[in-house]
Design a protein around this ligand. Structure first.
Ligand code: SAM
Length: 329
């Protein structure tokens, strides 16, 4: 038989810590989740910093890669003898000793029309990846999402903004571009993929037009994305956009690209501008913000807000027309 024993436990050692005098500080429960999180490294700044570094590095490598690619293309074009005249022909002058000298490309001696004709079919494929990397879709969404009422989009290209128009806000959509191949591509895209988002009676109008000499007016919103870099006279384009507005309540929504805040990047853009124009019909080193300082532009419109992205090369601008009381009637 097992004998029952009374066993008592005695502490073998005295406690080595002193009780904390302030009883309220004496934690009897395990640390709460909040206390644990506070000790972890902060994730948000690390992620944001990482994303910023990623975008910066990708953007710079893209610009360098593009300018190298354009230069290679230009050299191979120069080496190929051709019977056909090209837009570059106007750029060569023959010296007395027979040497051929290339002139600098300007809107006066270089017609980008043929470029847009060739580019239309592959424009979306070639531009799509760059835009993803740079977050251009987001900027387009913020900008174009503000379009309301009767909307005019100039230099529409292949219609890369269609996704971002809000059918509940937009009453009519008039789309213009100077180059029929680009506009045709936009029209096909709209009919196939976007018409169904709008109400049954909604009709988008596609009209070929040079933005520098628009014959349009009465719009609540005018949209132009990446158009000022391509046209011959960007200041005239801005004046036309202001004139196309209904009243000083109207808004001109612009997403453009051009010179940077930084000299090192501008040097890269300047060095390779000729090749870039010949490939893409785009003067990527234009000073976009300086256009708003030209007298003829200042007379017609004023800036409401500006933000600049990608080292200042991307300009997000909301402007409004200056209407005299008579014009506003
Ligand atoms: C870089 S693309 C931009 C297209 C489009 N807005 C976008 O965001 O993708 C420039 C467009 O401007 C058009 N363009 C160039 N010069 C023009 C002009 N003077 N008037 C109207 N459109 C013009 C070209 O045909 C081309 O479609």
């Amino acid at each position: 038989m097992v004998k029952k024993q009374n066993i008592t436990f005695q502490p073998t050692q005295r406690l080595k810590y002193k009780p904390i005098p302030n009883a309220s500080n004496h934690r009897t429960s395990p640390p709460t989740a909040t206390t644990t999180t506070a000790k972890r490294p902060r994730l948000a700044p690390i992620l944001l910093g990482g994303a910023f570094l990623y975008v910066t590095a990708t953007y710079v490598s893209m610009i360098v890669f593009k300018s190298k690619q354009d230069t290679t293309l230009d050299q191979s074009q120069q080496q190929q003898p051709s019977d056909q005249s090209s837009p570059s022909d106007a750029l060569t002058t023959k010296k007395a000793d027979g040497t051929i000298v290339m002139q600098q490309v300007t809107p006066k001696n270089f017609d980008t029309r043929t470029i847009w004709g060739q580019v239309a079919d592959r424009y979306d494929d070639e531009i799509g990846w760059d835009e993803k990397v740079m977050g251009i879709g987001l900027l387009r969404r913020w900008l174009v999402g503000q379009a309301t009422g009767d909307v005019l989009e100039v230099s529409t290209g292949t219609g890369r903004n269609f996704d971002y128009y809000k059918p509940t806000q937009v009453e009519s959509l008039t789309l213009t571009d100077d180059h029929p191949a680009m506009l045709k591509s936009a029209e096909t895209k709209f009919t196939k993929h976007h018409q169904s988002r709008f109400h049954d009676a909604f009709k988008a109008t596609f009209t070929p037009a040079n933005v520098e000499a628009l014959d349009e007016n009465g719009f609540d919103t005018v949209v132009d994305t990446f158009g000022l870099c391509s046209c011959g006279d960007p200041a005239a384009a801005l004046v036309s956009m202001a004139e196309a507005c209904k009243s000083d309540e109207s808004r001109i929504l612009l997403l453009e690209h051009g010179r940077s805040h930084y000299d090192w990047l501008n040097r890269l853009l300047d060095t390779n501008v000729d090749q870039h124009v010949k490939k893409w019909g785009c003067w990527w080193n234009r000073n976009i913000m300086d256009l708003f300082e030209e007298d003829r532009v200042k007379e017609k419109l004023e800036i409401v807000s500006v933000s600049r992205w990608h080292f200042g090369t991307t300009c997000y601008v909301v402007a409004k027309p200056k209407k005299t009381p008579d014009e506003a009637k």
